[in-house]
Design a protein around this ligand. Structure first.
Ligand code: SF4
Length: 218
C-alpha cells in the first residue's frame, strides 16, 4: 500500500533500492543504507533486473513504486532503462529526495515522480539535502511531467520552511504535499491536525502518513 500523498492507500508493490546519499535521522528505510545499524550484506541483496521486474509483476498490482534509499543514484547505470522497459504496461511511480537531476529516460519512462526534499529536522546538513539548482530544475520539470513534491513536517515552523523553499525554488504550490513526520498513528494525527489549516491556506495539499497507522513501508 502506498503510504502518503496523492497515492495514499493505493495498492502497489514497492521496489526499494539500496543506498542513499542522505542519512535522515528518522528514515524508515535505514536498512537500505545505514551500515552503523544494519548488516547491509543481509538487508540489501544483489538482484538481476529480470528478477526484480518479475517479482514486482508477480505482485499483481497495477502500480509499481520505485523507492529506496535513493533510486536515482542508479539511473546512470546501463541497466536502468532496461529495467524501466521491463515494467512496461504498468504505472510506474518513483520516489526521490530531489538531490539528483532526472535524466531523460527517467522522465519519459516513469509515470509519475514524487520529489521529497528534506527539512532541517532530518539532521542532514542543508548543503546535502537541498541543491538549489537541482530543485529549481525539478520545479521546471513539473511544468511538463507528472511530478509532485512531498515534505515531511513536524510543526507550523516546518510549514513556513516549506513555503520559503517553494518560493525560492519556484515550485508549484498545488503540487506540494505536506505529510506529518511520525512513526505512530497518534503522532501522525496530532501533527496533521496542527499543520493542516496553515498548509491548506498556503495553497498546499495535506496527507496523513498511513505507514504510521499500519507500520508498513511506503
Ligand atoms: S532521503 Fe529518504 S531514504 Fe535517504 S535517508 Fe532520507 S528518508 Fe531515508
Amino acid at each position: 500500500m502506498h503510504a502518503q500523498g496523492r497515492s495514499a492507500g493505493r495498492r502497489c508493490v514497492v521496489v526499494q533500492m539500496g543506498g542513499c546519499n542522505l542519512s535522515c535521522s528518522w528514515c524508515d528505510s535505514a536498512f537500505t543504507w545505514d551500515t552503523s545499524r544494519y548488516d547491509l550484506s543481509r538487508e540489501v541483496g544483489y538482484w538481476r533486473i529480470e528478477e526484480i521486474a518479475e517479482t514486482a509483476r508477480s505482485a499483481n498490482t497495477p502500480l509499481i513504486v520505485i523507492s529506496g534509499g535513493e533510486p536515482l543514484q542508479q539511473q546512470n547505470s546501463p541497466a536502468w532503462p532496461q529495467f524501466l522497459e521491463m515494467l512496461g504496461g504498468y504505472e510506474i511511480g518513483l520516489e526521490t529526495n530531489g538531490t539528483f537531476p532526472p535524466i531523460e529516460t527517467t522522465l519519459h519512462r516513469v509515470s509519475w515522480i514524487t520529489v521529497s526534499p528534506k527539512l532541517a529536522h532530518s539532521g542532514d546538513p542543508a548543503w546535502t539535502r537541498i541543491n538549489r539548482d537541482i530543485l529549481i530544475a525539478w520545479g521546471k520539470c513539473a511544468e511538463q511531467y507528472d511530478i509532485d513534491f512531498s515534505f515531511a513536517v513536524r510543526d507550523l515552523s516546518d510549514v513556513e520552511s516549506v513555503l520559503q523553499i517553494a518560493k525560492l525554488h519556484e515550485l508549484p504550490f498545488d503540487r506540494i504535499w505536506i505529510v506529518p513526520e511520525a512513526t505512530t498513528a497518534a503522532l501522525s494525527a496530532s501533527r496533521l491536525a496542527e499543520v493542516s489549516e496553515s498548509a491548506i491556506q498556503a495553497g498546499f495539499n495535506v496527507s496523513a502518513r498511513l505507514s504510521a497507522l499500519t507500520n508498513r513501508q511506503s
